[in-house]
Structures are given as structure tokens and as C-alpha cells.
Design a protein. Structure first.
Length: 123
């Protein structure tokens, strides 16, 4: 189980670091987007601690929800929309972030399920 916890923590840390790498470039021409990437990156790095420590499943569910929100937001901004009339670019950095975020969600789901099974065995 420890290996899964560390793998999940690594996934969210890498996603956070990649967001932080992109933030300065965005801040140059779009302060709001740059700030969003900065906040997302910091939150993802923060989420390493609750992922490893496993304080409560609430942290797992919030981590899953927040990360799915980031994934959905990325997907929505890749298609033409009424605000910009065009979709954003799909590049290597964006795909890398999504891979680590999807892996984080999947690993947290495994952690939750393993916890449920362990609780059933105790009862």
C-alpha cells in the first residue's frame, strides 16, 4: 500500500511542478491564467502530504474532485468555445500534466478501494 501512496503523491507533485513551470510564461501575457496555474501548482504540491499521511478519505475525495476539475477544465479549453471562438493548443506539456493527473485520480481510487476492503475484513 505504501508504494501506491508514494506513486499517487509523486503524480500530484509532478503535475504541480509542471503547472508551476508554466505559470511564469502565462503571467507575462495573462495574469489571471498565470495566477490560476500558480495556485493549481501550489495546491497540487500541498496535496502530497495528505496523500502520503492518509489523514482521512475526505482528503482523497477532495483530491479526486479537484483534479478531475482541472482535467475537465483543460479538456473544455481545447475545443472551440463562445469566448475565444477557438480551442487552445494541445502540446507536450499539457498532455504530460493530464497523464499525471489521470494517474493520480486512478491511484487515489485504488487507495480508497483498498481501504474499504481492509475495513470489511476487520468487521
Amino acid at each position: 500500500m505504501r508504494g501506491i501512496l508514494y506513486a499517487a503523491a509523486a503524480c500530484t507533485a509532478i503535475g504541480g511542478i509542471l503547472h508551476l513551470i508554466m505559470a511564469p510564461r502565462l503571467l507575462e501575457f495573462n495574469v489571471a491564467s498565470g495566477a490560476f496555474f500558480l495556485i493549481a501548482g501550489v495546491l497540487q504540491l500541498f496535496w502530497v502530504l495528505p496523500t502520503i499521511k492518509q489523514y482521512s478519505n475526505i482528503f482523497n475525495y477532495v483530491g479526486i474532485g479537484g483534479t478531475i476539475g482541472l482535467i475537465v477544465l483543460w479538456a473544455i479549453t481545447r475545443v472551440p468555445n463562445p469566448i475565444t471562438n477557438r480551442g487552445g493548443p494541445v502540446n507536450e506539456m499539457g498532455i504530460a500534466v493530464q497523464v499525471f493527473q489521470v494517474a493520480f485520480v486512478a491511484l487515489l481510487a485504488v487507495i480508497i478501494e483498498k481501504g474499504r476492503r481492509a475495513e470489511r475484513k476487520v468487521v
